[in-house]
Design a protein around this ligand. Sequence first.
Ligand code: HEC
Ligand code: HEC
Length: 465
Amino acid sequence: MRRLQSMVWMMSTTAAALCSALTATLADAGEQPPAAGLVRWSSEEKAVLASLSLKRLPPVPVDPSNSVEREPGAVELGRRLFEDARLSRNGVVSCATCHDPAKQFQDGLPLSRGVGTGTRRAMPIVGAGHATWLFWDGRKDSLWAQALGPLEDAVEHGTTRARVAREVAQNHRRDYEALFGALPRLEGLPADASPNGSAAEQSAWATIDPRRREDVSRVFANVGKAIAAYEKSLEHAPTRMDGYIEAVLRGDRSGAGLLRADEARGLRLFIGKGQCVSCHNGPLLSDQQFHNTGVPPRDATRPDRGRAAATAAVRGDEFNCLGRFSDARPEQCQELRFMVSDDPALEGAFKTPGLRGVADRPPYMHAGQFAALEQVVRHYVAAPHAAAGHSELTHRHAGAAATKHAERAPIELSEAEIADLVSFLGTLSTPRSAVANQPSVSSSAADGGTAAAYRMGHLELPQGR
Ligand code: HEC
Ligand code: HEC
């Protein structure tokens, strides 16, 4: 995770530099791309294209805070816990309710619905093992700690750790004990007790002996570790864009037909004039960083502070890398120890989402503010002021002074270019037939490890829902 972070940074810096260089070259050339996807790419452009290919995705980084993440038994137990609605307060909500394997592990809703309705959109899970910070605001520092959030969230599973421990003892005892050793004695525990729940649940928690509280919290943490192992086994399948890029790099002219002319022009805009690749970079098309791009809040009276409100949460989280339920040594928690938390740019900033499969999972942004991709692209051109903090995007009418001092030039796109970019985003989906023909999805990634792969995901994907 730590290694990848610096790699992504490198890519992001290089891409940003190339971006402006490219824009200049292209403007000079003024060239019209030929029919089909046959665009001539410069060597700089080819370098950026290569950096987006799924083949370049490194193996999912090892998380030292989770010692079971590579155990096949944990992957299997994690999958069952992920789908287990008995863990929830009302017995009908599971992780899969909001992260449906048939919908790229999200729910297609602007705001997720569990026991109640939340304030943000569910995120797709495949590839999340590559992120240092989880959630739109990054308030968790590992997948296993992340998984514990929804369980005790009042509007998601709405459950408590005491109930989770009992459910595990009743329904998953054998698999749990094979991985983590004997379960503690749970007799006599209050039905619902947690340090995070309602007032009644918190006082029930306070009545439990501290040693037993730790035992229950450890079972709870282990549930997260098994779920994380399962999530890390999910992989992306190659898309049309990947096939096209590999063909371009091989110099295979027939492969260039994988993209239509408008899609190829959109790809060129994505890595050049549109500046998209300065944030959406690397094989997952995300720099895994936080940016304020001025997306209008759903509730204007209560703008979401995003990353700015999350750094204290992750530092104070009992399940973080430095906490007593982590399997890491303190020196393995560099990201948390050196986390940036005092930068004003974090106000109203959200994690750059990966874009694989994006066309098939509207709506968009952290609270599903935009219903269609065209609206998203128009947002970058409009570059509105942010409701909280300052947008990194420069408004094109901001005036010479603003442009001169701003880090980024305004993103200016014609109507035709907006349409091309939207067409390109459609090439980030996996064609159903292509996946079905893959002998083994996992062998295409440099991984070779756990192979639950993405077999459940894209195969079922409803095209253009
Ligand atoms: C009620 C719907 C709901 C349920 C149930 C739910 N989630 Fe989520 N999930 C969300 C929402 C909404 C977000 C984004 C929330 C935010 O950023 O504040 C999210 C974010 C995530 C992320 C972050 C991905 C990333 O790239 O940062 C992961 C991983 C995840 N959920 C896994 C799980 C797991 C595991 C469970 C079960 C233990 C679960 N979720 C249960 C709605 C849900
Ligand atoms: C300054 C960094 C930055 C730039 C430049 C940028 N994006 Fe984004 N993008 C983000 C962030 C951050 C979000 C999430 C914002 C939010 O939810 O508030 C996002 C969200 C998106 C989404 C929605 C994905 C989803 O799952 O909700 C799409 C699509 C997208 N961007 C495409 C583009 C395109 C196309 C361009 C180029 C025209 C571009 N982005 C330029 C950072 C950036």
